[in-house]
Design a protein around this ligand. Structure first.
Ligand code: FE
Ligand code: FE
Ligand code: ZN
Length: 293
């Protein structure tokens, strides 16, 4: 099996999905993650204009399997907001439409940040999220998986511990529609020891089940373990370090999963071609950020 590695890439008019695929190919990627529009809002253009068929052909030619491509929901969605329930209601409506968009683009996994309690406490938020997800699945007719992302614990985020993700799966009317996105920066910021990949996978398997894992976000972190900051760092420049991240990329139990980089750009320049090359080859180039300027 090849290694499936890529990064977040933008849909840019007028070529949209073709642009995203071309960018990924240029970076040496064979998978990718997209937002169907701006990540910070829910304004979306119709998928009919996004050059889907042509993009699929290009993907086929370059060995990019459709089922490894990831879509990320906008991060303004908060199904856990009970202080302002309207926010959660809007989130439900948006998600129902987004799942249809994902399916019409030929993809099958949508990453979602579980939500934040905005003062009401985690338990209230988790109950709200599971109820709202049930509303989504009651209406949605697709078979797209929602991959709940493990969060860093910034602000009032929930979904920080594996147990919280487990709660959401356990309380779902459609647990078969839920999966998990593991983010290395987030779990590190949440307090997990990312140096101990075997320990992490064991605990994930015991609490959630490794079959639920659908995608890995590969990011270094600007902050020490447990900092709950969620500030991504370039590969090899953060508190996690190159070796630990390489172990996630190449672990045999994770071989079938897409690995997606969401590391910061460097002065308007994309780091992904370099980062992907280093992770593939397991060779860190010291000071690589200087070489792309
Ligand atoms: Fe995310
Ligand atoms: Fe992430
Ligand atoms: Zn993050």
């Amino acid at each position: 099996m090849p290694l499936f590695i890529g990064s977040h890439v933008d849909l840019v008019a007028p070529d949209y999905l073709i642009h995203a695929v071309e960018t990924s190919i240029k970076n040496g990627a064979n998978t990718m993650m997209i937002y169907t529009g701006a990540p910070q809002n829910s304004i979306r253009k119709p998928t009919e204009i996004m050059k889907i068929q042509e993009a699929h052909q290009l993907m086929k030619m370059h060995g990019m399997p459709l089922d490894k491509i990831i879509v990320h929901a906008p991060y303004i969605i908060n199904l856990g907001n009970t202080i302002n329930p309207e926010t959660a209601t809007i989130g439900v409506t948006f998600l129902i439409r987004e799942l249809t968009r994902v399916q019409s683009m030929g993809f099958s996994t949508l990453v979602l940040h579980p939500g934040a309690h905005v003062g009401a406490g985690s338990e209230v938020a988790l109950a709200s999220i599971s109820e709202r997800l049930n509303q989504v699945f009651a209406e949605d007719k697709t078979n797209v998986t929602i991959a709940l992302e493990t969060m860093a614990g910034k602000g009032s985020e929930v979904g920080i511990r594996f147990e919280e993700i487990r709660y959401l799966i356990d309380h779902s009317d459609h647990p078969e529609r839920l999966g998990v996105c593991l983010d290395t920066c987030h779990i590190h910021d949440a307090g997990y020891d990312v140096q101990d990949i075997e320990g992490i996978l064991k605990s994930f398997d015991q609490i959630i089940g490794l079959d639920k894992l659908k995608v890995i976000h590969i990011n270094d972190s600007k902050n020490p373990k447990g900092a709950k900051k969620d500030r991504h760092e370039n590969i090899g420049y953060g508190a996690i370090g190159f070796e630990a991240l390489t172990r996630f990329v190449h672990h045999p139990q994770l071989a079938h999963l897409p690995k997606i980089l969401e590391t910061p750009w460097i002065d308007e320049l994309t780091p992904y071609a370099k980062e992907i090359a280093m992770l593939k080859s397991k060779q860190l180039i010291q000071g690589w950020r200087e070489t792309i300027k």
